[in-house]
Write a new protein. Structure first.
Lengths: 267, 324
């Protein structure tokens, strides 16, 4: 365990170095957040009845999304890992007495967390003091707050385990670019990162909720704002745990297969 | 103890001819050819030995190293290192080995070298006392005390390579694989690296297997060489054995007063351009000093240099002999 913590630490520390990137990220996320809020406000004003949730709930959802962007975004990959597979540098990693899957998991989790640590606080604090319709609200209750925390950790791990599958696929293709793009687009859309899932038609929602992607940011954010609560929320959290196990098992099987037929490229 | 028996490995390589038409055709029908990277490779290396593993590009050197370090499995054959099969007991096996791939880097690019070392310490679970001892020794022997606090991206190639080698030895491996460790290094760094390799082989009884194109590396370091070409072992023996396979031809280059050398018994003049000449002799027929005496008896010598056959030439000769 200690060795994976070390991978986590070295990546975490390296991530904290990039302060200018974090600052730029914060500015971008504020701008993006405001644009989204204003756009939904226009929809809300034209027809409040067509809205599946309160406007304040939606605003909170959007700010949470911006604050914890690095935790859940499907496009946050470690280029190093792809490069190492393509160039053959992965040879070194395979020469270590540790599990490649766990090592990559620790690295990806660390990058996401270090990015989030640098970015979330300014966004959470500032948006909590914005004027009324744009303000981020507190969790919908103590139970929701507790479930939100558990659900957020699970959602984060589900996203990392999905990213891991994309990394492993690099062993099978010469360039992982295609799979990467496809996975980013699909995950963003199906996880409710583009449009929150409750805004989709009922039938579409059913499909989305049956997929693992709904277990990433959708579940924790909807619990926080109180859109889901009680037993429904508990079931959603349990579902996250199930998906996490399933995707990790799938990733491990895949990497096991890849390792058997691995050909390290280049001299 | 390293034992390889009848190792075979074949790669599938995608092939197509040049040109747009061919590229389009390859979209629908891919053609592959099969390259036999290793054919029936067998050898045994004892503990504490230092072996040079040489061969031309594409001979199968790196493939053998990859198999021995457990990151690739052969199609058939046996390989047992310290009682373990590398690719089957990978995790246990790699704990005992250190690997340096000269063309790759194991250090983290954007953090100081020391951070990578600390990470490796945790990865290999090196006890504090042992780490301290190894670290102290490596820093001193490789002279990297000044640079371990520098981010890797700011190191020169020679500095980085010394750090790479140190990184591979922090866990006191029993076997060290060096895959072209001196590639791209300047003379000073090469000598430092060679000296260091000799020291750890002597002091710590580390088994060292070295692949290289640099024949000076081999001459300076190893007693035993294994020559591989086109996936087959061509020669497994001492460097002297390799040398003795070649006749004792020497080349004398002389500068003399006059414009033509008279013919001298047992010497072959290969080039003579008024005042400068190249003479080839076979040291089993005439000694170098006798030859020089004979020449100086005929003409006045201004300058002379003697060259034996270099190991490079021997290897080239061997390639020719085995038609590879």
């Amino acid at each position: 365990m200690k060795q994976y913590l070390s991978f986590f630490r070295i990546r975490f520390v390296a991530g904290l170095q990039y302060r200018a990137a974090a600052l730029a990220g914060i500015v971008t996320q504020f701008a993006w957040g405001f644009l989204s809020v204003l756009m939904y406000k226009a929809f809300y004003e034209s027809n409040p009845d067509a809205f599946p949730m309160e406007f304040s709930q939606l605003v909170t959802y959007l700010w949470l999304q911006q604050a914890f962007l690095a935790l859940f975004m499907p496009w946050l990959f470690e280029q190093d890992i792809f490069d190492s597979v393509v160039s053959g540098n992965v040879a070194y990693e395979l020469c270590r007495p540790c599990d490649t899957y766990n090592m990559w998991f620790a690295r990806n989790a660390a990058t996401r967390l270090s990015n989030t640590v640098l970015r979330c606080m300014p966004i959470l604090i500032v948006t909590a003091f914005l004027p009324a319709p744009f303000r981020m609200t507190l969790p919908a209750g103590w139970l929701n707050a507790a479930l939100f925390l558990v659900s957020m950790i699970l959602g984060f791990l589900v996203q990392v385990s999905i990213s891991l599958i994309i990394y492993i696929s690099a062993f099978y293709t010469v360039s992982a670019q295609g799979i990467k793009m496809l996975s980013i687009t699909l995950t963003e859309f199906l996880s409710g990162a583009v449009i929150p899932i409750p805004f989709f038609p009922e039938a579409v929602q059913k499909v989305f909720n049956a997929l693992p992607f709904a277990s990433i940011q959708n579940t924790p954010f909807l619990i926080y704002v109180g859109y889901t609560g009680g037993a429904e929320a508990a079931i959603a959290v349990a579902l996250q745990a199930v998906w996490l196990v399933v995707i990790i098992v799938a990733g491990r099987l895949l990497i096991g297969h890849a390792m058997k037929k691995v050909v390290v490229q280049g001299g | 103890m390293i034992e390889l028996k009848n190792i075979n490995k074949t790669f599938r390589v995608a092939k197509r001819n040049a040109g747009f038409k061919e590229a389009v055709r390859a979209l629908f029908r891919k053609e592959y050819s099969y390259v036999e990277a290793l054919k029936d490779v067998s050898f045994t290396i004892g503990d504490g030995e230092m072996v040079g593993y040489i061969g031309p590009n594409g001979a199968g050197k790196s493939s053998t190293i990859k198999i021995m370090s457990g990151i690739m499995s052969p199609d058939s054959g046996e390989c047992v290192i310290n009682g373990r099969v590398p690719w089957k007991q990978r995790k246990e096996h790699v704990r005992d080995i250190g690997v340096v791939f000269g063309q790759r880097s194991q250090l983290w690019w954007d953090v100081p070298v020391i951070d990578s070392f600390e990470l490796l310490k945790d990865v290999y679970r090196v006890p504090d006392a042992q780490y301290k001892k190894n670290y102290g020794e490596l820093v001193e022997l490789l002279d990297i005390g000044e640079i371990v606090r520098t981010p890797v991206r700011q190191l020169s190639l020679g500095q980085r390579m010394r750090c790479e080698i140190a990184a591979s030895l922090l866990h006191s491996p029993k076997v060290l694989f060096l895959d072209e460790p001196t590639i791209g290094l300047d003379a000073v760094s090469k000598i430092a690296v060679r000296e260091f390799i000799k020291t750890i082989n002597r002091e710590n009884k580390t088994t060292v297997i070295l692949t290289t194109h640099d024949m000076q590396d081999i001459e300076a370091l190893t007693e035993r060489i294994i020559l591989i070409g086109k996936g087959r072992i061509l020669l497994d023996g001492s460097l002297d054995e390799l040398k003795s396979r070649n006749s004792g031809k020497k080349t004398l280059t002389i500068a003399y007063v006059g414009d033509k050398l008279p013919a001298i018994d047992r010497l072959t003049v290969t080039k003579d351009i008024g005042g400068h000449a190249e003479i080839v002799l076979d040291s089993s027929e005439i000694s170098v000093s006798d030859a020089i005496a004979a020449i100086s008896g005929a003409v006045e010598i201004k300058d002379v240099s003697v060259e034996g056959t270099t190991v490079d030439e021997m290897v080239v000769a061997l390639y020719k002999e085995f038609r590879i």
